[in-house]
Design a protein around this ligand. Sequence first.
Ligand code: S3P
Length: 436
Amino acid sequence: MEARPSSALGGRAQVPGDKSISHRALILGALSVGETRISGLLEGEDVLNTAQAMRALGATVERTGEGIWSVRGVGVSGFAAPEKPLDFGNSGTGCRLVMGAVAGAPISATFDGDASLRKRPMARIFDPLKQMGATVSMVGEGGRLPLTLSGPRDPIPIVYRTPVPSAQIKSAVLLAGLAAPGVTTVIEHEASRDHTELMLRHFGATVTVANEGPHGRRISLTGQPELSGAPVVVPADPSSAAFPVVAALVLADSDITLTEVMTNPLRTGLFTTLREMGANIEELNRRDDAGEPMADIRIRSSKLRGVEVPPERAPSMIDEYVVLAVAAAFAEGTTTMRGLHELRVKESDRLAATAEMLRVNGVKVEISGDDLIVEGRGHVPGGGLVATHMDHRLAMSALVMGLGADTAVKVDDMSFIATSFPNFVPLMQGFGAELT
Ligand code: S3P
C-alpha cells in the first residue's frame, strides 16, 4: 500500500473499540455467571481470536449485531479443557491474559500464535503463574510459544512484584488470583493501564488499589468472588485514534473530530506529549462509562517542536511511540524518547523497526541505549519502502508519515492492520487521506 502527500484532513468519525477493553470484556464475561452484553466490541483479528478461545474453553459467545456481542460465562474456575490448541494469532494480550485465566482452572490448554507471537517472551507470564501452582510443559526455546499450561486444583494467592511495568503480567496474575482462596496482590513500580482492575470491580469482585512509591501501585484482589455478567460499552481506542490524530496535526489546515475516545489517564501519555510539542487537541463532552472516562477530541493542524519524553511516561503510551516518532520527524528540533526497552518485545522489535522506518524516509534518527532520538526538520522527504515486520502499528505509522511527506511512502504489508483497526483505510480516506 502507498500513502501519497495529501491536503487538509477534515470531518468527524469514531475509531473502533478499545482493544484492551474488548479482550477483557470477553474474558471476564466468560468467567462470570449469567450474560454479559458488550457493545462497541473491536471486531479485529486479535479480539476475534480471544472470542474463539473463550468458546473453546466452554463459554457461549455470540455476535448479535455490529459490535454487539453476548457472552454466557461458566463462572470462576469453570473453564473446560479445550480440544485443540488455542491460537492467538498476532495477539500478545489475548494470549497472556487467557494464560492467567486458564491458570485458575484445573485444566490443561496449549497456547500458540503466529510467527511474531512465537518470538515474544512468555516466561514473564508463566513464572508468577507457576508460583501460584500452575505447571508449564512443552515450552518453546527461550520460554516461547507454543506451550502447554495446566492450572492447579487450588491456586495459591501470592504477592507479586512485576519485573517490568506491564498490564499483561498484572492482569494474568489477577485473573489467576480469581480462583485462589485469599488475597492476591500485584505491586508495580510504575502504574500500567488499569482496565482489568476497573472491570473486575464492575463484574462484582473486590479490588483495592494503593499508591506504591511516586509512580507505582499495589493492587489486591479478594479471591473466589461470584462474578456476575454485566453490560460493557467499549469506548473508542486511543491507541487507534493516535494515527488520525498525528495525521491531522502534520497536514496543514486539518480539522477533525474523533468521537467517544477513551481518556483513561493511564492511556493518554501520547496526548500529553503532543500537547507539550504544541499540538492543538481539545477534549469535548467529557463523560464516564463503567469507570472509564471518554471524550470527543478535536484535532487541528499545529506547528510541532521537539521535546524530551521522560521514561516514567512510557507505560501510559507504550503502544504510541512509533506514531510519536512520526510526529517528531515533522516537528522542528530534536525529540528524545527515553526508557523504551519494552518496545523491543512488542509485535516486532519496535525500537529498531521505528528507526529503520524513519531512516528509509530520509529522517535522521539514533538509538542510544534504550532511548530513541529523532531530529525533526519540519518536513519529511519520504519516498521509502517500509518493512512492517508483522506489526500493525508500524504499517499505520508509516502510512501516516506518507500523507505528510514530500513524496509517497510505501509499506511492504498492510494485512496486519486488521488485527486492531480493520477499517483504518476507509476511515482515513473519509478524512481525505490519499491511500491506495
Ligand atoms: C496491553 C498492555 C500492553 C500493550 C498492549 C496491550 C493490555 O502490553 O503494549 O498492546 O491490554 O494489557 P504490556 O502490558 O506487556 O506492556
